[in-house]
Design a binder for this molecule. Structure first.
Ligand SMILES: [Zn+2]
Length: 587
């Protein structure tokens, strides 16, 4: 540790072991968009604070050092109501994300009368997916809660706390599942939260929550996940330390692609569910990455600095050629990047954003005007648009074909500052093994299979109905033998998922996701006797495979819908339609 490093008080374990590893300097509140009168008033003083992040060497929790009080970002209106600028249901991607997790929770934990509670229920995007179970939302922001109430979702407009939890449990009893997405990391007093959870959770209930994952933030240098509302940056290691203080523990975890890399955590009362294999694997990965030491955080701080220099260089270079740059999406991520990198109106003319709430306002800190997308669409002079929400790049680029066709280009700052060329948009081809899951196509799951051998022979389990990724629907089992030299070409099913095990020989198994903007993501695996694994291939993806070596391979395919010759639910493509993924590279 260098002597310049600042040491402070950890808000979780209350020891003086909190080491500041990065400071972003003075920052505005990321979602505090300003009115014209404020921007033009010389005596108006915008609230700013020094944004720095620390790592506790004792309990391993990564946390904001200076906390911004709630009232700075949830601004009461004239009637004293709290309003929040983010409406979850405006994103189609998020809509689908929440209906999928709702289905999983229903299949895995609920029976007919089980109750579900959501902390931070926003506009009801998650709870509306439950058709028969009783639901309750907690959402302190009046304007978004209002929308949920109109959908018939009972919503309490208060902050979640232990005392609210006691009141709810007196009136309504306990809940089988408590869910929360991108909220727990905002809650200042996590001890109070967990006391409340303990009150409300049935003994064999599950508390499921998801937030951006510190390992992904470090790996991707996505420093724009850090802002005033995000107080905590969880690893599974630090969470287990915290949960232990409350008689709770993790029993499962699942990596997600949302927000550029998130982790969904499953918490139970101590000993109620055995830890899943994937949880143990993630915990081992964290140890391997040194997540419980200061080193990866110091490395991150250095990479953040480099990323800033790259982006400024790129934008100044474009501007020096007389080109016009605008911002696309007035998200908190954009506020952080623009303020940290000092990108103001001399580089960016305006920011286009589809949230009506923000249009006509000015971005925090650098005061760039926010306009409606129509303004951007009618402005034919724009050459470049800097993406403020790179995690939705695919969705955005798919929507802005006209801009691209007339020569417009998007700039991203992540993973390095660059211009996205049209027709040359990046395909993502990821790993050919099954030992990591960081680059998996969303929905694809890999489970390593354990072989139990003794002097009688051997056996292994493949799909189990308690596998977290099992969708709960059984159609049929199909056994397929494929001869050496044959490629089973690309096919796609729209109505059913498949669970693939190679039970004899070995195969190269290829899965392709085609995106609306023409890019694709490819996952390649080698599975079989030499690498026993089960792969879940969800509906909507292309898949193809080929035996390796000189022996036939046998595939066991568990399908969630039986084959129907009148409705085969199969589309096909040529074996080379996604390039040559088949030729074995010698050498
Ligand atoms: Zn601590």
């Amino acid at each position: 540790m260098s002597p310049a490093q600042e040491i402070g008080h950890c808000k979780i374990c209350h020891t003086n072991n909190l080491i500041t590893f990065i400071s972003f300097g003075e920052m505005p509140v990321a979602n505090a968009f300003l009115r014209k009168e404020e921007v033009e008033n010389p005596s108006f003083k915008e609230f700013k604070y020094e944004m720095k992040v620390g790592f506790c060497e004792n309990c391993k929790m990564v946390q904001l050092v200076n906390i911004v009080p709630y009232e700075k970002y949830i601004v009461p209106d004239e009637k004293g109501k709290r309003n929040y600028a983010f409406f979850a249901s405006t994103s189609k991607v998020m809509e689908q994300h929440f209906s999928e997790i709702a289905k999983e929770i229903e299949n895995r934990f609920l029976d007919k009368s089980s109750k579900i509670l959501e902390i931070g229920s926003n506009d009801g995007i998650f709870l509306k997916a439950f058709k028969s179970n009783p639901v309750l939302g907690i959402e302190p922001s009046d304007n978004v809660a209002e929308i949920a109430k109109k959908l018939g979702i009972e919503t309490i407009t208060e902050f979640f706390s232990e005392s609210l939890a006691r009141r709810i449990s007196l009136e309504r009893g306990k809940f089988k599942a408590i869910f929360s997405a991108n909220v727990i990391l905002n809650i200042i007093d996590l001890h109070d939260l967990l006391n409340g959870i303990n009150y409300l959770l049935e003994d064999n209930g599950a508390f499921i929550f998801e937030d951006p994952y510190i390992v992904d933030i470090l790996k991707k240098v996505s420093y724009d996940q850090i802002y005033d509302e995000h107080i905590w940056y969880f690893s599974l290691t630090s969470l287990n330390n915290l949960l232990k203080m409350h008689g709770l523990e993790l029993f499962d975890a699942e990596k997600l692609e949302t927000h550029g890399g998130s982790m969904r955590k499953y918490v139970c009362k101590k000993g109620k569910y055995p830890p899943t294999e994937r949880l143990l694997r993630y915990l081992a990965e964290e140890r391997d990455n040194g997540i419980n030491t200061l080193a990866p955080y110091l490395k991150f701080a250095k990479e953040v600095e480099e990323s800033k220099e790259e982006l400024i260089r790129l934008l100044r270079d474009i501007k020096s050629k007389g080109k016009k740059i605008v911002g696309y999406a007035a998200a908190s991520k954009g506020t952080i990047v623009q303020n940290y990198c000092g990108i103001g109106r001399e580089l960016i003319d305006y920011i286009s954003d589809s949230t009506p709430f923000k249009q006509g306002l000015y971005s925090p800190g650098n005061h760039i005007p926010v306009v409606a997308p129509e303004y951007f669409h009618n402005d034919k002079k724009t050459d470049y648009a800097l993406l403020g929400a790179w995690n939705h790049a695919d969705e955005i680029i798919g929507k802005e074909k006209e801009f691209i066709q007339r020569g417009g280009r998007f700039i991203v700052h992540y993973p390095k500052a660059r211009i996205l060329e049209s027709g040359n948009l990046p395909d993502i081809e990821s790993h050919a093994d099954t030992t990591q899951s960081s680059d998996l196509i969303p929905g694809v799951e890999v489970k390593k299979l354990k072989i139990f051998a003794n002097d009688q022979g051997y056996l292994f389990e493949t799909l189990r109905n308690d596998d977290a990724f099992f969708n709960g629907v059984f159609g049929q089992v199909l056994m397929i033998e494929i001869y050496p030299g044959v490629i089973k070409g690309y096919h796609l099913h729209k109505k059913h998922d498949e669970y693939i095990t190679c039970v004899k020989g070995n195969v190269k198994y290829v899965i392709v996701q085609e995106n609306p903007n023409g890019t694709k993501k490819i996952n390649k695996f080698v599975i079989g006797e030499k690498n026993p694994a089960l792969i879940k291939v969800p509906k909507g993806l292309w898949r193809a495979y080929m035996p390796l070596g000189n022996q036939p391979a046998m595939i066991m395919d568990v399908m969630s819908r039986p084959y129907d010759s009148k409705d085969p639910d199969t589309e096909e493509k040529g074996i080379m339609d996604f390039g040559d993924v088949w030729t074995v590279k010698n050498g």
